[in-house]
Design a binder for this molecule. Sequence first.
Ligand code: PEP
Ligand code: MG
Length: 508
Amino acid sequence: MIDPRNLDTLLHPQFDAEVLKKTEPVGKALAASPGAACGKIVFTADDAKAWKERGEKVVLVRLETSPEDIEGMKAAQGILTVRGGMTSHAAVVARGMGTCCVSGCSEIAMNEAAKKFVLAGKEYHEGDWISLDGSTGKIYDGIIPTVDATVAGEFGRIMAWADKYRKLKVRTNADTPADARKARELGAEGIGLCRTEHMFFEGERIDAFREMICSDTVEEREAALEKILPVQQCDFEALYEALEGNPVTIRFLDPPLHEFVPTEEDDIKKLADTQGKTVEQIKTIIDSLHEFNPMMGHRGCRLAVTYPEIARMQTKAVIRAAINVQKAHADWNVCPEIMIPLICDEKELRFVKKIVVETADAEIAAAGSSLTYQVGTMIEIPRAALTADDIAKDAEFFCFGTNDLTQMTYGFSRDDAGKFLNSYYDTKIFENDPFAKLDQTGVGKLMETAIKLGKGVRPDMHVGICGEHGGDPSSVEFCHKIGLDYVSCSPFRVPIARLAAAQAALNN
Ligand code: PEP
Ligand code: MG
C-alpha cells in the first residue's frame, strides 16, 4: 500500500516542515529531481565549484545545463534551470547524482551575462539565498533549513519484501564507479545504461576529445582517440569492479559533437594552440557543428557511421577492461553488453556491429582470452520499433530509450516541451508529462510491437528500459505487464523501482 514515490523522502534531504508551512513559494516549475536545497545563487559551473571550495552552499541557476557543467552541478546543493524538461540534461544528470533540481522555470527572466534574474517581481543577484524543492518544483526566496535524509532498518525490511515478489530485475543508469556503488547499495542488480559521453568531461580527457573533433584527417582523429583509450579503459574497469560480475551495459557515444566544443575564449585559444590552428579556424569548425535540430542530427550511431574509429576505440576500451577484470576475478562472469544508440535501420546496426565485432574479436584473440560479449541496441526511434524483427537479426538485446522514443513519437522536443505542456494540462489535453510517465497508448504500443517482433526472431533476447520512465512507478508496472526483463533507472530511484515492480507483480 506504500506509494513508492514516498521513498524519495527517505533518500533525499527535505525542508524543515515547520518553516515550510509558513513560507509561500515565489515560483513553480518541473519537479525534475527530488529533495530540498538551500544555497547562494551562482550562475556558472566554475563559480559553483569555486564557491563550494571556499565552504559556501550554492544553488546553480542556468538557462540550461550542458555536459561541461558537470563539475559545477556536483558542487551545487541544487540546480534551477530556465529551460528544459523532465529528460533534458539538468534533470537526467541531477537525478543520477541524487541532487535536487527544478527545471524549465520559464517565469524567470534571466540575464546570465550580468549574473542576475527576475522572478516574481524580485531581482536576484549572485550570492542571494534561494531554496528549491525538487519534489514539488517549488522555488522559495531566502533560506529554508533542510533536514538530512535518514534510512532506518524498516527500509531494508520493506525492500526485502519487495524483492521477494518482484519479477522485474532492477538495474541502474550510472556512469561513474561512485554512482554505481551507490546504486548497488540501494539494490541495483546491474548497469542498464552507462552514458559513456559523461566520462569525457573530467580532467584532461575533454582536451583530447576536442582535439578529436577538430582533427582534419582520420590519422589525427585516431591519434587523439589513442589518448582517450586508456582513460576510458580505466573507467570501464572501475565500473566492472563496482558491479562485481553483475551485468554492465555500455552505451556508445550518443550526443551531438557540438556539446563537447569549448565556448570560452580561453579554451578555444588553448585548443587552437594544441591543434596548430588559428582561433578563427577553430571557431569555423565549431560553427560547422551547429544543427537546427541537434537531437535529430549527427548523434548516436550516426557518429559511428561517419567516424568508425570512435566505435573502434570504445570497443577496445570495453573489451580490454573486461578482460582485465575477468582475469582478476575468475569467479565473476564478466560479459560486456555493448549498446548502440539511435538505430533506425537494420543495415545501420549491421554496419556498426561489424566494426565492434571485428575489433572485439581481435582484442580477445590477442589476449588469448575466452571472454564473451553481446552487442545490442537501444530502441528509441519509432522506425526501429516497427522494424524490430529485422533489427533483432543483429541485436542480441534491446533496451528501450523511452526519452528519445517519447520525443520522436510525439514529435515533442525533450528540451523544449516544458514550455508548452502547461497549456496542455490546463486545457485537459494531457493529464501527465509523457517524458515522466510513459504513454502506454502510443509509445507503449511501439514497445509491445518491438518486443513481439524482436522475440519472434530471437526468443531468448533480453529486453529492458533505460529511459527515465524506468524509475516511474506506473511505467514500471507497464514494463512488468509487457514482459520486460529489467528496468534501469538512476541510483536513487532503484528502491522506488524495486517496490513498484513488487506491487506490479502482486497486482497483476
Ligand atoms: C533515452 O533516450 O531514453 C536514453 C536513455 O538515452 P538518452 O537519455 O541518453 O538520450
Ligand atoms: Mg536516447
